[in-house]
Design a protein around this ligand. Structure first.
Ligand SMILES: NC(=O)c1ccc[n+]([C@@H]2O[C@H](COP(=O)([O-])OP(=O)(O)OC[C@H]3O[C@@H](n4cnc5c(N)ncnc54)[C@H](OP(=O)(O)O)[C@@H]3O)[C@@H](O)[C@H]2O)c1
Length: 224
C-alpha cells in the first residue's frame, strides 16, 4: 500500500522509518511549500503538520480522494467544518490528539475515576501536562481530551489546568483528585514518540474500506 506523508517534521520522519513494518511503501513526502496534489494516487496519507496548516491539508486530501490519518493538534474547534468536507467528498479520516495505546487506556481510566468522584464534593481536580519546548500548542490536545472525558463522565466541578514547555520531554499527562484526606493521581509518561508513529500507522491499516470521520480510540475499542 502506498503512503503519502504530509508534514515531514519529527513525526513525519518517524512514520517514514516504521512504514515498512506495517506494509507501506512511501508514495510521496509533502512538507510546507510542496504541492498537496503530490499525494494524489496514494492509498492513504498520514498528516502531522502544524495547527494552522491542518485544516487546508485535510480539506485538500479529502478533495483528492486520499483517506487520511491526522495527528496534528490545535484544530479540533473546526471539527464540524472538517466533517462537512469529508461528507461532501465521501472521504475517510481518522484523527487523534494522541495515537499511543497507553493514552487511550488512560482516557478510559480517567473516565471511570471522574464518574466515581462526580458527586464527592470533597475532591477537587487538576489536569497538568508537560512537553518539549518546541511544541507549538498549549494546552496539548491530549490534555483537552482528558478534560472532555472527565466532563463526559459527569464531573462538572472546576478542573484546574496547566501546561509546561521545557527541554525534550516527549509528553507527560496527569489527572489528579485531592481531598483533605488523600490524593489520587493518574499519570501517563510517554518514553519516546515512537508510540505515536506506530499508532498512526495502525490507523492507516484500519482506514481501508472506511468512510466518514472517526476518532482512533473508538476504533481501538479501548474506550466506552
Ligand atoms: N496525535 C499524536 O499522537 C501526536 C504526536 C506527536 C505530535 N503531534 C502533533 O503533530 C503535529 C506535528 O508534530 P511534529 O513534532 O512532527 O512537528 P514538527 O517537527 O514541527 O513538524 C511539522 C512539519 O510540518 C511541516 N508543515 C508546516 N506546514 C505544512 C503544510 N501546510 N503542509 C505540509 N507540511 C507542513 C513543517 O514544516 P516547517 O517546519 O517548514 O514549517 C514541519 O516539517 C503537531 O501538531 C503536534 O502537536 C501529535
Amino acid at each position: 500500500m502506498k503512503l503519502a506523508i504530509v508534514g515531514y517534521g519529527k513525526m513525519g520522519r518517524m512514520v517514514e522509518q516504521f512504514a515498512p513494518e506495517f506494509g507501506f511503501t512511501i508514495h510521496s513526502k509533502i512538507d510546507a511549500g510542496d504541492p498537496l496534489a503530490n499525494a494524489k494516487g496514494a492509498d492513504v496519507a498520514i498528516e502531522f503538520s502544524a495547527p494552522e496548516a491542518a485544516i487546508s491539508n485535510l480539506e485538500g486530501l479529502a478533495a483528492l480522494g486520499v483517506p487520511t490519518i491526522t495527528g496534528t493538534t490545535g484544530w479540533l474547534g473546526e471539527m464540524d467544518r472538517v466533517k462537512a468536507t469529508y461528507a461532501k467528498h465521501d472521504g475517510a479520516l481518522i484523527w487523534s490528539a494522541n495515537f499511543s495505546i497507553g493514552v487511550n487506556v488512560l482516557l478510559r481510566a480517567v473516565h471511570e475515576v471522574a464518574r466515581l468522584l462526580a458527586n464527592e464534593a470533597a475532591y477537587e481536580a487538576w489536569a497538568w501536562e508537560i512537553h518539549h519546548s518546541a511544541k507549538k500548542d498549549a494546552p496539548s490536545g491530549t490534555l483537552l481530551a482528558l478534560v472532555r472525558e472527565m466532563q463526559a463522565a459527569g464531573y462538572t466541578r472546576n478542573i484546574d489546568q496547566s501546561s509546561n514547555r521545557a527541554g525534550k520531554i516527549a509528553g507527560t499527562h496527569e489527572i489528579g483528585f485531592d481531598s483533605a484526606e488523600d490524593t489520587i493521581t493518574l499519570r501517563h509518561t510517554a518514553r519516546t514518540r515512537e508510540g505515536f508513529a506506530r499508532g498512526a500507522l495502525r490507523a492507516a491499516q484500519m482506514i481501508q474500506g472506511k468512510k466518514g470521520v472517526h476518532e482512533f480510540k473508538d476504533l481501538l475499542g479501548v474506550t466506552r
